[in-house]
Design a protein around this ligand. Sequence first.
Ligand code: ZN
Length: 199
Amino acid sequence: MLPVCPSCIAQFRRCDAGWEKRELAAGTATGFSLFWYEGPLRQAVLQMKVQGEFQLARQLSSILAESVRSLPMDDAPLVLPVPRFGRQDPGHHFPCIASAAVSRELHGEWTTALVQKVRRTQLQTKVSDTARLTNVADAFAVPAEVRQRLCKRTIIIVDDVLTSGATICAMQEAVLEAGPNQCFYLTLARSRATIGLGF
Ligand SMILES: [Zn+2]
C-alpha cells in the first residue's frame, strides 16, 4: 500500500506546463513546479516533512521524475539537491531522494558534493515574507576546487516547495559562478502565497 492513494493523487492540481523563465519574488529563474502547494498535496508534503515519512518522499519523487521525463532537455543534466546546513543523510532528505529519481529518469547524475550551505539560516517558514528574500542570500557556495565540474553543464536545482524563490535564486547564484551551460530549478510544488514586498 502506497502512502498516497491514487484518488488523492488525482486531486493534486498541476502547476507548470514546462520549463519556463519566471519572475519570482526573489528574482528571475527558469524552471518547473509540478503541483500547486494546496489540498491533499500540501497535506502530503507536511506529513513528509513533519513526520518524516520517507516512503512518501520516494513516492512523490517518482511522480516528479516521471513528469520530468516528457520535458525537453538538451543533454544529460547534473542534478543538485538544495543542501541543508551541516551533515545530512541523503536517504532522509526529500531534495536528495528526488534528485536521485530525476537524474535516473534523465540519464544524468546527481551529487551533494558540489554545493555547500555555508551558513545556517532560519527555516524559511519561520521568517516574514520580506525577510525570506534576504534570509538565504549568500547561503550557498560552490568551492573553487569543484567549479570545473559544473562548467558548461546543464544543471537542475531540486527542492520541495517554491514560495518566494529566495532559496532557488540563492542556489542559482552560486551555481552560475561556475559557468554552467544552463541552470534550471525543479520543485515538487509551488505555493500560491503571495509575497508582500510593501508595494
Ligand atoms: Zn488517499
